[in-house]
Design a protein around this ligand. Structure first.
Ligand code: ADP
Ligand code: MG
Length: 278
């Protein structure tokens, strides 16, 4: 985006925010949050595009991002992920993923709010690629600056449990564990072959279970398979998942090496169930 256009947009936004009609309470129904000005403006912009109507409550407050339950104007539930801060650690991790990714080669150094915007856009574009490839992820809806809007996984404002939580609640028996494990491997495979991406932070904390299906979330750090570390990230993802199912659910899953080789050397995974039985 050209500098002039950016300035023009900023002027327009400042004009609109000064209008007394727009109150924070119009946007944030039950959420009492202190957002910086540029985040309020980003949410307002998404409201004016008809993407969000109201933020209704906090779903999760992470280190770098907060996730809210929101509604659109038709009453549909939404999840709104807002990137807010960047610790030194986060910046370091951003660079680790950005370096070597052809899409981000032009970046050398940037102020925090720009980094947050790039990160939100990166998560959005990864979600779009995965969703189109048929990977089970929340449907991406819109993004502006540091604010990303997607399908809400859950019902009535209550989010679905993470894999980790469902297991802790004892909700998963051995038979289901086997099915869920295969479903996760199938999604990693699809991500690799059809979206050309590797998640890079896959674990029991970034998989949700809803209506008997698996949803993969938190894809901001996903990298293209051409990234120099992509296969190392993939191997680590596989290790995390295999270890969790083995240690927490007693699943005699195939070894990480076996799963990794299967994913990287088979273009289709029609025979996955048979393979996992062997
Ligand atoms: N689409 C969604 N629908 C419902 N809840 C979500 C959704 N995306 C994320 N969450 C919730 O928000 C938490 C944080 O989201 P995540 O993307 O994993 O960010 P991070 O781990 O970086 O804080 C998740 O653990 C999950 O509980
Ligand atoms: Mg997460």
């Amino acid at each position: 985006m050209g500098k002039d256009i950016e300035k023009e947009i900023d002027r327009e936004i400042v004009k609109r925010v000064r209008e007394p009609r727009i109150k924070d309470s119009d946007l944030f129904e039950t959420v009492e949050e202190v957002f910086d000005r540029s985040t309020v403006l980003a949410v307002l912009e998404l409201k004016s595009r008809g993407c969000i109507d109201k933020l209704k409550g906090v779903v999760s407050s992470g280190k770098e991002a907060r996730v809210y339950w929101a509604k659109d104007k038709n009453g549909r539930d939404l999840a709104v992920k807002i990137y807010l801060t960047s610790s030194a650690e986060f910046k370091k991790s951003i660079w680790k993923y950005i370096k070597g990714d052809q899409r981000f080669e032009w970046i050398t150094s940037l102020p925090t709010h720009k980094l947050m915007a790039i990160w939100a856009r990166k998560e959005f574009s990864n979600l779009v690629k995965m969703y189109r490839a048929g990977v089970s992820v929340p449907q991406p809806l819109c993004v502006h600056r540091n604010v990303l809007v997607m399908e809400f996984i859950g019902a009535e404002g209550v989010r679905a449990p993470l894999l980790k939580e469902a297991v802790e609640l004892g909700e998963i028996d051995y038979g289901e564990a086997k099915k869920i494990f295969a479903e996760i491997v199938r999604n990693i495979h699809r991500m690799y072959w059809l979206a050309g991406l590797v998640h890079g932070d896959l674990s029991e904390y970034n998989v949700m279970l809803h209506n008997g299906s698996v949803y993969i979330i938190d894809v901001s750090q996903a990298v293209e398979i051409s990234h120099p570390n992509a296969h190392m990230f993939l191997y680590r993802d596989v290790i995390n998942i295999v270890r969790f199912f083995r240690d927490e659910l007693g699943l005699e899953a195939a070894s990480p090496d076996k799963i990794y080789n299967y994913i990287t050397s088979n273009k289709t995974c029609d025979d996955l169930d048979k393979y996992l039985e062997e």
